[in-house]
Design a protein around this ligand. Structure first.
Ligand code: SAM
Length: 244
């Protein structure tokens, strides 16, 4: 049986509003191919960058899934992880998931801080060894991405990592067509209805900014990241690891 629509808010322009936040964990698993695997790969990659007293940023942390997974890593060092999201509701759900009564706690070796904040308004991050951002970029235009990546590069320690996952356009229209249709088939298999798929697609027209791989890679180089590699790709979803 097909599931009932849970995201009434997808009528009109897509926003991460309270209704989307409340249904986010279910929705993201139905909408992103191999979402759990992506989480697992990003968490595993983090191990290369966590040293004693490392500061980690998760930009666009939503309900805190990545932070929860990183906190479960079997590493014996102290580290601090800061999650930012500009949705109050996402941050309050993340606090619930991570069992945080306040915005900031120290849980043994790990300090966690969560804040509702627009990452584009941050002038300067603290010195950090790892930035993570899963699927924030599709909601930033090229100018915003450039500003943010430059800021990330400046704050990273030499050898520090920037792990991000984004959605792209294919390099030519034939592949774009094939991969998008594969993606819609995936959503149907995940029990989303045709109407839900089309309504979401329409709602994203003015809120999602997608570019091809060449654009992302040129942007990384412009922002001084010369050393990067793809660690994941499925349809038009792609994960990069860049090292300063
Ligand atoms: C697709 S979700 C990210 C998913 C999440 N990283 C995960 O792994 O489950 C995008 C998130 O970015 C947040 N966001 C969008 N623009 C933002 C901005 N300028 N500053 C902070 N958060 C933003 C949204 O509220 C949303 O929670």
């Amino acid at each position: 049986m097909k599931s009932k629509p849970t995201l009434s808010s997808i009528e009109g322009t897509w926003r991460f509003n309270d209704n989307v936040a409340e249904n986010f964990d279910k929705h993201v698993n139905q909408s992103i191919p191999h979402y759990k695997d992506i989480q697992q790969y990003v968490t595993a990659l983090s191990e290369w960058f966590i040293k004693d007293n490392t500061l980690i940023y998760d930009l666009g942390c939503s309900t805190g899934e990545t932070i929860k997974n990183i906190c479960k890593l079997d590493v014996s060092t102290n580290f601090k992880i800061i999650g930012y999201d500009n949705s109050n509701k996402m941050i309050s759900l993340a606090k619930k998931k991570l069992n945080l009564k306040k915005s900031s706690i120290k849980n043994g070796r790990i300090k966690i801080q969560l804040k509702s904040l627009d990452v584009l308004k941050i002038q300067k991050f603290k010195k950090s060894n790892l930035f993570i951002s899963i699927l924030l970029f599709p909601f930033l235009n090229l100018f915003e991405r450039k500003k943010l990546i430059k800021n990330i590069y400046k704050s990273l320690s030499p050898g520090g990592g920037f792990i991000f996952v984004e959605k792209i356009r294919s390099k030519n229209s034939h592949f774009e067509d094939i991969l998008n249709q594969m993606y819609f088939d995936f959503k149907l298999r995940k029990q989303l209805t045709e109407k839900q798929i089309l309504t979401k697609s329409k709602s994203l027209r003015s809120s999602m900014h997608l570019f091809d791989q060449n654009t992302t890679q040129a942007l990384l180089k412009q922002c001084k990241f010369k050393n990067f590699e793809v660690f994941y790709k499925c349809f038009n979803f792609i994960g990069y690891i860049a090292i300063k």
